[in-house]
Design a binder for this molecule. Sequence first.
Ligand code: HEM
Length: 456
Amino acid sequence: MSYVPPPRPTTDTGQMPPARLYGADFARDPHGLYARLRSRWGPIAPVEVGPGVPAWLVLGYQEALAVARNVELFSSDARHWHATAGGRLPQDSPLLPMVGPRPALTRQDGPAHLRLRQTVLDVLQRIDRQRLRRVTATAADALIDAWLQHGQADLVGRFARPVASLAFTRLLGIRDSDGETLHTLVSKVVDSASEARAADHDLQASLLRLIDARRTNPAEDIPSWLLQTAAGLSEAELVHQLTVLVLTGLESTTGLIGNTLVHLLSRPRLLAAVAAGRSTVSDALELALWADPPVHNVAARWATSDLTFAGRRIQRGDVLVLALAAANADPAAHHGTNSPTPTVNRAHLAWGAGPHACPARDPARLIAESAVERLLLRVPAMRLAVEPTALLWRPSPWARALTALPVHFPPTAPPPRPVPEPEPETAPLKPAENEDPDETGRKPRTTNWAWWSLDL
Ligand code: HEM
């Protein structure tokens, strides 16, 4: 294997306009873009995360690890961003809910981050794993029953999305029927779509309502546990903690289910190996996490000083995006084998790294594994209804998730089922018809984007 020297240091960002990390072309083939950027720029490349919004994309495995671990040089606090601090990013930018400042753990460093992260760890600790597995499997069965006799289904719209929604409605203590509303809001925020700001506003208003309901009527759910474990948190912190839990969790768990399914269905030998017990759903999940992590790109980190990093001159306040999918595919991470998914191991960066690494790997894996296992058991003969290259992906700069996953299979009548477990007591997510919107949290008492103007 011949030695390839690192790229020469440079200060220019090239004559070409920076590559776009958004839009239909990006969604169609992000891996192609990462490969082109890597060969043109090396481990870190200039891109745009929105029209006219520049960022550095960290494509190298070691470089992504270094950025994620070094909180002194690379802060998670968006108030460092010269675009926000200098007022260059409009306050209605659809990027702000994902990349802007928030009084939540994702946007804090050091002790402030630890304080908030500990409350999330305490809450996640209280999840009853057996119940979560049972709820997921029951939801999966009910969803499968609804289309099993049709011989065809969209495994995103009729499976991955609703099964993740149902798991989350139970974790949050809201009505199952509110799951889709919640998911739609989350998807708009994660896609950084034009409605992202409004969706983030409505999400916070709904979650504030939920917290208020659980203050007077606690139950066995995340909002109640958050109130119990996070006694010192302000109302804004409580709402943003819960918002971040839902934002980061719901879409990526849906993506994990969908991406694992498409990974299996487009690899008949792997599918056969899982069916024959020579491999497991857990292995397939790990392979999908290497190849197409649901969080393709992490938003974000900010340089706290001018520095040269991986041969590039980074300025204080520049934003860096951790390209987890690209880092996983980095040939340097595979000892020069150029094989992105050589073995089943867990050294991929799909869960992030460093102090902000995902604290919810266990429950997320549990939901995805239970759902996929149930589906393979119930519908063993399913096949993709289109070529893998014809599948469409969501246009998010951050999430990697299919818009649909059409499959076909021999139609079968669903078996008779016992009466399902009743929903536990739930709290309202939406205002009642006759409630005054101003009094009920539709205007959240918490966030305004002026939060970022606080001094660092
Ligand atoms: C039950 C579902 C999930 C919940 C509740 C959840 C929650 C969270 C939270 C609260 C954080 C922020 C941690 C911090 O800033 O200290 C986080 C980070 C992260 N999560 Fe998850 N997550 C879930 C599922 C997933 C899944 C399925 C993936 C992808 C495989 C994922 C990938 C990540 C990544 C990459 C980060 C790191 C972000 C960064 O470095 O800033 N999460 N997650």
